[in-house]
Design a protein around this ligand. Structure first.
Ligand code: MN
Length: 252
């Protein structure tokens, strides 16, 4: 299925933008990384992760692979990102503690394959509803899953930024990988917590629906910052085109 894609980012009220994103409409993939605050080098880690993973995906996806091969390519992409960060951290003492989240989606045929570590998310927006395709690797999400916090409490919790899995020297790079079916008109979007930490799923669906990817990505980022978000805010949007009307012309 043909795809349109775009991404948009804004540093919000922060001095640096430690988010990074990239989309490839032709090959049908998107990536988004959010460098961990606290240790220095968040913006280095997120840029390295996106670049290294994109390099693997460009090579692996050029033959329009089936979903199993796409999942394999995503695992390889996460390994490459982790290795790149590890190498740079070992070579640069002041960057030793750097880390990043990474979420990626590949659309192949009428299916998506999603992989992530950390608390950056993938959503499927269909018929005006946004459904999360990922479950955050975060301190608060573990407590939501155990019934100890509600999603509303998690959104404003003092520890909401604590991720339990990330790419980095001392971190486990192992991604969760999931897949599912897509329909024409579906939108798959990736967001950093600067977006989904501020906007409800309902608002995310509202801002994404009926807009081309470029406008949708911008609306999500500006919506988050306009709603009081102060973190770096980033969105990457893939939209599956609806089949055009069959206007095939015949030579007479
Ligand atoms: Mn963030």
């Amino acid at each position: 299925m043909p795809i349109d894609a775009a991404c948009h980012t804004d540093r919000g009220l922060r001095a640096n933008n430690e988010d990074a994103a990239h989309v490839d409409a032709a090959l049908g993939f998107a990536l988004l990384a959010d460098g961990l605050g606290g240790p220095p080098g968040g913006e280095v880690a997120s840029a390295l992760a996106v670049d290294a993973a994109a390099r693997v995906l460009r090579r692996a996806l050029s033959g329009a692979p089936d979903p199993d091969l796409a999942a394999e390519a995503l695992r390889e992409a996460f390994d490459a990102a982790q290795e790149e960060i590890r190498r740079r951290a070992l070579a640069t003492p002041e960057l030793r503690g750097m880390g990043t989240t990474l979420v990626t989606v590949v659309v192949t045929g009428a299916r998506y394959v999603v992989a992530h570590v950390g608390d950056s998310r993938a959503y499927l927006v269909r018929a005006g509803h946004a459904t999360a395709l990922t479950s955050d690797h975060s301190w608060v999400q573990e407590r939501v899953a155990a019934g100890l916090l509600t999603p509303e409490e998690a959104r404003v919790h003092a520890y909401r930024n604590l991720v339990t899995r990330a790419l980095g020297l001392d971190a486990s790079a192992h991604p969760d990988v999931g897949h599912g079916a897509l329909e024409p008109g579906d939108v798959v979007l990736l967001t950093s917590d600067g977006v989904h930490g501020v906007l409800s799923d309902r608002l995310i669906a509202e801002l994404a629906r009926g807009r081309a990817p470029e406008a949708a990505a911008r609306a999500l980022v500006e919506g988050a910052l306009g709603a009081g978000g102060s973190d770096n805010a980033t969105a990457a949007v893939l939209r599956l085109r609806r089949e055009p009307l069959n206007l095939e012309t015949r030579d007479s």
